[in-house]
Design a protein. Structure first.
Length: 203
């Protein structure tokens, strides 16, 4: 079995539709960018300069990160992966300028998965430093201080559909097939390089 790292925002937690709802409620005169119209990874970059302050106002407000709804099938899939014997960690980057983001991510995990899952939460600005076999993430290009040891599965979103990805997950209902393919290829390569090589999780 393997260590699987799972991103949070727009992978298991619906950041984008929360942003649209909060903008509608707090700043109803501001035209929102619909999810399907997004062309860049960072939501704020999809808005004109004159509207970016409204986006910042929403994403820095208390309760914003806690308000996300789980994406369809996400919670079920995470529990299925764990039941299948994989070790799951949530690997998410914080909005460093928000005083509420860190704690609300913890609260979200506790509310939707339970207290016991809090030990599986990794909050980091550099995912390349985190060890694991698989990373499921919607960011097409992830860079940092190290060369990643994990294999990425790109979680499909409008802003990454043009990106080249060897492994892509478009819906959580298909997780088993995609994860199995990525792990099979990963461990085949590792066994060729070193026949004694095992997954990080040796259980």
């Amino acid at each position: 079995m393997a260590i699987i790292l799972v991103d949070m925002d727009d992978v298991i937690a619906d950041f984008e539709h929360a942003l649209i709802d909060h903008l509608h409620n707090k700043h109803p005169r501001i035209p929102v960018v619909l999810y399907e119209e997004r062309s860049t990874f960072y939501s704020i970059e999809n808005y004109p300069e004159k509207h970016k302050s409204y986006v910042r106002d929403v994403t820095h407000a208390q309760g914003f990160y806690h308000s996300f709804k789980p994406l369809p099938g996400a919670i079920k899939a995470v529990k299925e992966m764990a039941k299948a014997g994989h070790t799951i960690f949530f690997c998410t980057s914080p909005l460093l300028t928000s005083e509420h983001c860190l704690q609300e991510k913890r609260t979200w995990i506790k509310e939707h998965l339970g207290q016991e899952w809090l030990t599986r939460l990794i909050i980091t600005s550099d995912k390349t430093l985190v060890q694991g076999d698989i990373l499921i993430d919607d960011k097409a290009t992830i860079t940092g201080a190290a060369k990643p040891v994990w294999t990425q599965i790109l979680f499909t979103a409008p802003y990454n559909r043009q990106s080249q990805a060897k492994y892509r997950l478009s819906h959580w209902s298909n997780w088993e097939k995609v994860v199995e393919a990525a792990l099979k290829a990963r461990f085949k390569v590792r066994s060729v390089l070193d026949p004694c090589t095992l997954p990080f999780n040796k259980n």
